[in-house]
Design a protein around this ligand. Structure first.
Ligand code: TPP
Length: 321
């Protein structure tokens, strides 16, 4: 896939913004400034960047407990997301949901979801609604390798295939479902092989290469828009940190961890080298993008810290009780 300079830099910028958000959130949580649980997306940025670069405003995404990257890549507001992590009134859910329930329906972010595998059939519902309304938009379900062992995955693929729904299933195989590697939880070599059971295309790509992810997504999206039904794209990646902040990840092989974080494998460092090597961009241009991301996330933190707490009398508003 041949990309313009603008497209390449846009992929890079999305990845850098996600990494900056995640690493800042990690620091803030370790400093005791954030509550709740945080499942970081560091290391997986190429997937959200590649997939969402193929989506328009009308297309929808359904996300997971590890959703910050998806939300940033789909155009979510980092100020409101950071404020939500701080539990502030200006957050996406007035500080009542925290990290795992961020939604922005107006721009197709149907919602993050703390229930593993739950977003997969929800994406089918969205896809059905889009088609019912006569749109040629698609619904994307992001989910992990662990989620692909749940019944919701299999039922959703079967239904989407049978009804030819415009759903794009993006499996983020980051090496672990909590502490369990996929090889200990499933008998197929590539999780994409499961697509064959439902008569739909399935492909496995390098999930640390935003261009490979973008190309595979384009194929799936074109097919879905044309009414030809769903596809399964497995993106192989590696989560840099533990399952959540606080998990020491003792189950990771330190050598393997080192290999995945190296400059030839980390999605951002590798793409940087490629952009410079192919003379698409100069190092200084990339540094300017990184600085912009640092400024943006710094401003989001300042916004969150200077925002008011929700008023005590609103405690039971907009929540199930
Ligand atoms: C239905 C359900 N079962 C168990 C959990 C607890 N849980 C939270 S995340 C997780 C692992 C998910 O692994 P995977 O789908 O591979 O996503 P990843 O965390 O690797 O991104 C589990 C078991 C849950 N939240 N929901």
């Amino acid at each position: 896939m041949k990309l313009s300079k603008k497209e390449s830099l846009s992929l890079y910028e999305t990845m850098v913004r996600i990494r900056e958000f995640e690493e800042s959130a990690r620091t803030l949580m370790l400093e005791g400034k954030l509550g709740g649980f945080l499942h970081l997306y560091s290391g997986e940025e190429a997937i959200a960047a590649g997939v969402c670069s193929e989506l328009g405003d009308e297309d929808c995404i359904c996300s997971t407990h590890r959703g910050h990257g998806h939300i940033i890549a789909k155009g979510g507001d980092v100020n409101r997301m950071m404020a939500e992590l701080y539990g502030k009134d200006t957050g996406y859910s007035q500080g009542k949901s925290g990290s795992m329930h961020i939604a922005d329906i107006g721009i197709g972010i149907i919602g993050a979801n703390g229930i593993v595998g739950a977003c997969i059939p929800i994406a089918n519902g969205v896809a059905f609604a889009l088609r019912y309304r006569g749109r040629d938009s698609v619904a994307v379900a992001f989910f992990g390798d662990g989620a692909s062992n749940r019944g919701t995955f299999h039922e959703a693929l079967n239904l989407a295939a049978t009804w030819r729904l415009p759903t794009v299933f993006i499996c983020e195989n980051n090496g672990f479902g909590m502490s369990t590697p996929p090889a200990r939880a499933s008998s197929v070599k590539n999780l994409s092989e499961r697509a064959a059971a439902y008569g739909i295309p399935g492909v496995t790509v390098d999930g640390n290469d935003p261009v490979a992810v973008k190309a595979a997504t384009r194929e799936a999206v074109v097919r879905a828009r044309a009414g030809k039904g769903p596809s399964l794209v497995e993106c192989v990646t590696w989560r840099h940190h533990g399952h959540y902040i606080g998990d020491p990840a003792v189950y990771k092989d330190p050598e393997e961890q080192k290999r995945w974080l190296a400059a030839d494998r980390d999605p951002i460092l590798r793409f940087e080298a490629r952009l410079v090597g192919e003379k698409t961009a100069k190092g200084a241009e990339l540094e300017a993008i990184r600085q912009r991301a640092r400024d943006e996330i710094g401003a989001a933190i300042a916004f969150a810290e200077s925002s008011p707490d929700p008023a005590p009398e609103t405690l039971t508003e907009n929540v199930y009780r």
